[in-house]
Design a protein around this ligand. Structure first.
Ligand code: GLP
Length: 241
């Protein structure tokens, strides 16, 4: 596991965008794993700007998002569909048929999870996965206690996550109670993983994930077992390292 510490959020985001673009240039048909949340917003801003400056083609790129609230309409302002459209997809030349996000509108959620896991396999697995980290150590929506063997499935959000994500909704009441998330085993199959962590709220969990015991109580600690993980952390998130 490699860790890079940056002076600020801007330089962290820029560095991540550069690595991502390198992947797109090297393998224009890459399968890319995408994350949502507050942390990657700067990364997407930089990525869109650089991609447009360099006229990078996303035509052959395939993308898989980690997770989606359940239930939620695609067009809900806080769905991860809407997030991805606003932050990336409407700004680059991606083919809509190559965008994969768990369907939060499905009436058969078990089947949707199987379909998603199957699609990941069919497309050859993820070349580069971008990850955020929850204050409680969650990755995707794999909350503390999630099995390291877990696959794409529907999960219940913890009160901590509902509270943390309520800042994007009118109130905590409006945050969906469930989500569809890629499992920990699914995430670990990615060839490369870049984790983004910013701000002092993440300092505790960043040190637990990097230097702590590998335990299902801190889902991100499992990354210590992956052969190709890069943590990009700003000063505030790195204070306990
Ligand atoms: C969200 C997402 C995660 C994200 C995490 C941290 O709920 N499901 O994929 O990494 O929580 O979010 P933030 O970057 O806003 O702190």
């Amino acid at each position: 596991m490699e860790v890079k510490v940056f002076d600020d959020y801007h330089s962290l985001s820029r560095y991540a965008a550069n690595l991502f673009l390198q992947q797109v240039r090297q393998k224009p048909e890459s399968v890319l794993g995408l994350a949502t949340g507050g942390t990657p917003e700067g990364f997407y801003r930089q990525l869109v700007q650089m991609s447009n400056e360099e006229s990078i083609s996303y035509k052959a790129i395939r993308t898989f998002n980690l997770d989606e609230y359940y239930p939620i309409n695609h067009n809900h302002p806080q769905s991860y569909w809407t997030f991805m459209k606003n932050h990336l997809f409407s700004h680059v030349s991606i083919n809509e048929n190559n965008i994969f996000i768990p369907n939060g509108e499905t009436s058969d959620v078990e089947r949707e999870c199987e379909r998603y896991e199957q699609l990941l396999k069919e497309k050859g697995g993820i070349d580069l996965q971008i990850l955020g980290i929850g204050e409680n150590g969650h990755i995707g929506f794999n909350e503390p206690g999630a099995s390291f063997a877990s696959r794409t499935r529907v999960v219940e959000l913890t009160p901590n996550t509902i509270q943390a994500n309520s800042r994007f909704f009118t109130s905590a009441q409006d945050v969906p109670r469930h989500a569809i998330t890629m499992g920990i085993a699914s995430i670990l199959e990615s060839k490369k993983i870049i984790v983004l962590a910013s701000g002092k709220k993440k300092a505790k969990v960043v040190s637990e994930a990097i230097n702590g015991k590998v335990t299902e109580e801190v889902p991100a600690s499992v990354l210590q077992h992956h052969p190709n993980v890069l943590f990009l952390v700003d000063q505030e998130a790195a204070v306990n390292l």
